[in-house]
Design a protein around this ligand. Structure first.
Ligand code: FMN
Length: 199
């Protein structure tokens, strides 16, 4: 997990909220991390909160192997407890997700399903990307986060990524530009997070 250097308390010892930017894809050649880094950078400029990138490729849980339903909350696996700690440490989450075949990546589904109560009432801003903004992934994420009783905010931000944005290996040639094109929607989303956090 990477983080900026903002303190977590002010001089009055008021706790500064922590916003996580969750990277939902884990492919070795993914663009998800670049998109998330740029979203985090923009959020830091807009926010009094601490903004952390939470990369499933680095800290995500392995495939769900808890003996009991996560909704029971009686986790026994150390990696589940570690993932719980990551999500418990976030006051709001910006979920940055690709669209795969009309849905969202399997590691992200696994990361959601591994916990339950930790998502309850958590403000979630959905930021998806794809040829048409990944809107179908966003639709499905909204349903699933609703089932775990997260507080899915409006709007959803849909980032359009075309082949013209990529080099021959498929990497973004300028991730900053791609995200910048959606600054207006992202700003509305960041405002929704701050309203939800009351800051
Ligand atoms: C398995 C797979 C399925 C895909 N399905 C879609 C899709 O349904 N819609 C879309 O716009 N792009 C789709 N794409 C293209 C992705 O938007 C593009 O590859 C993007 O870079 C994926 O995010 P990632 O690089 O972070 O993994 C798909 C890519 C992969 C690897």
């Amino acid at each position: 997990m990477s983080t900026d250097t903002a303190p977590t308390t002010t001089s009055e010892q008021t706790r500064v909220p922590v916003i996580g930017v969750l990277v939902g894809s884990t492919r070795p050649t993914r663009i998800g991390r670049d998109v998330a880094d740029q979203v985090a950078e923009m959020a830091r400029l807009r926010s009094e909160a601490t903004v952390e990138v939470v990369d499933l490729a680095e800290v995500g849980p392995p495939l769900l192997d808890e003996p009991r339903m996560p909704a029971k909350g009686d986790y026994v696996r150390e990696h589940t407890k570690a993932w719980k700690q990551v999500i418990d440490g976030l006051d709001a989450v910006i979920v940055v997700s690709a669209q795969y075949n009309g849905g969202y990546p399997a590691p992200l589904k696994n990361a959601i399903d591994t916990l339950y109560a930790e998502w309850n009432d958590k403000p979630i801003l959905l930021v998806t990307y794809g040829y048409h903004g990944g809107v179908r992934a966003a639709e499905q994420l909204r349903v699933v986060f609703g089932v775990v009783r997260a507080d899915v905010l409006d709007p959803t931000v849909a980032i359009t990524v075309t082949d013209a944005d990529r080099d021959e290996e498929g990497h973004l040639t300028n991730a900053c530009d791609v995200v910048e094109r959606h600054r207006a929607e992202l700003e509305v989303g960041f405002a929704a997070i701050h309203a939800a956090l009351g800051c």
